[in-house]
Design a protein around this ligand. Structure first.
Ligand SMILES: *Cc1c(COP(=O)(O)O)cnc(C)c1O
Ligand code: SF4
Length: 342
């Protein structure tokens, strides 16, 4: 734009110190009492939440809370994030590291479980604390698990001609600032045989403002083929703001897939799973995986038996087009891929 009548050069507005999505992370609710008050939940919920949050803190953005029904302790979005006193019960068979990540470590933050692809634990930070997460004991187990030396990890990938794909995971890689992401991607690009970059993120669901033009440009500008895998468990998570964020990715030609976890009291009915798949398809997102719960200590109340999971998939298959039915999988240590249950 030309400024004709001014004697002064135009003053560029300084870039904001933190962007809107970073502000949203700062405003996220950490206090169980505050969450229960916002949603008008009974005092018993608050007391239980306060006890369980000492073990694994509550963390949930306002943008996600706004999609919950006030006054409903059983709301499927709330259930994913609200600490419950049951988490403190010790249940046989529920472990701190159920997927045995320790056995897959190539170096701190670099995992290989499956041929041809490596997973980078970019950060331990997430935009939400999901109560069922197998990483809930992440920081209590000995040495740090996030990427120690990005250069060393990228060099190792570059030296290994078998690696065609890198999965950026975490924590959530999109909690990293754009500059860090761009630097990591350009380090990875130097490996000539690397073809694909996959990003596993819940940010487009939790804080849809994260999907900025700059972020999309970052994915478009790399020579690597990018695939984004989001994580939504219930159709009510996918409101209009999320729809717009996903449209920015899809319109840029980036394939977007969804993975869910089968969770008791959240999505363990045919109605909930079918509504989720149909909403995803309407947003041009393909259902990829429905995960059987990892049996992590504190998450036993989310368990759905695999036979019931298989029956749910059969019901979906009978009603939906094939591309709307996710693969129902479980992670079993030592296998060459995830195990398909249905
Ligand atoms: C799940 C997972 C992957 C990706 O597996 P896909 O079946 O290709 O989605 C890669 N690395 C690790 C360590 C994983 O746990
Ligand atoms: S966003 Fe993913 S890694 Fe983070 S707490 Fe939730 S399930 Fe776990």
């Amino acid at each position: 734009m030309e400024i004709v009548a001014s004697h002064h050069p135009p003053v560029p507005s300084p870039p904001p110190a933190t962007s809107r999505w970073q502000e949203a992370l700062k405003r996220a609710v950490r206090d169980p009492g505050q969450l229960c008050e916002m949603l008008q939940l009974p005092a018993a919920c608050r007391d239980s939440a306060q006890r369980a949050a000492r073990d694994f803190p509550l963390f949930v953005p306002l943008e996600f809370i706004r999609r919950m029904r006030p006054g409903d302790p059983h709301d499927p979005l709330l259930r994913q994030v609200l600490p419950l006193s049951q988490e403190l019960d010790s249940v046989p068979g529920y472990l701190a590291d159920p997927v045995d990540d320790a056995a897959a470590v190539r170096q701190p933050g670099l995992l290989q479980k499956y041929p041809g692809r490596n997973l980078i634990v970019t950060t331990s930070t997430c935009a939400v604390h999901c109560r069922y997460c197998f990483r809930r004991h992440f920081n209590q187990n000995g040495p740090p698990r996030t990427l120690g030396d990005a250069q060393a990890a990228c060099d190792q990938i570059a030296r290994d001609p078998m690696i065609q794909e890198v999965v950026l995971s975490g924590g959530d890689p999109w909690t990293l600032p754009d500059a860090r992401l761009a630097a990591l991607i350009s380090q990875l690009e130097s490996g000539p045989h690397l073809q694909r970059l996959r990003i596993h993120t819940r940010l487009p669901i939790m804080i849809p403002q994260r999907v900025t033009d700059q972020l999309v440009a970052c994915l478009k500008n790399t020579r690597l083929t990018c695939v984004v895998v989001i994580h939504a468990n219930h159709a009510a998570e996918l409101d209009q703001d999320v729809a717009q964020a996903l449209a920015r990715l899809v319109d840029a030609g980036i394939p977007v897939l969804n993975q869910s976890v089968l969770l008791q009291g959240v999505n363990d009915t045919p109605e909930a799973l079918i509504a989720l798949s149909l909403r995803l398809i309407a947003l041009r997102v393909l259902p990829y995986y429905l995960h059987q719960l990892d049996q992590v200590a504190g998450a036993a109340h989310f368990y759905v038996p695999p036979e019931r999971g298989c029956a749910l998939i059969a019901t979906m298959r009978a009603q939906l087009p094939g591309y709307a039915v996710p693969r129902y999988v479980r992670e079993q240590p030592g296998r060459a891929s995830k195990t398909v249950l249905a």
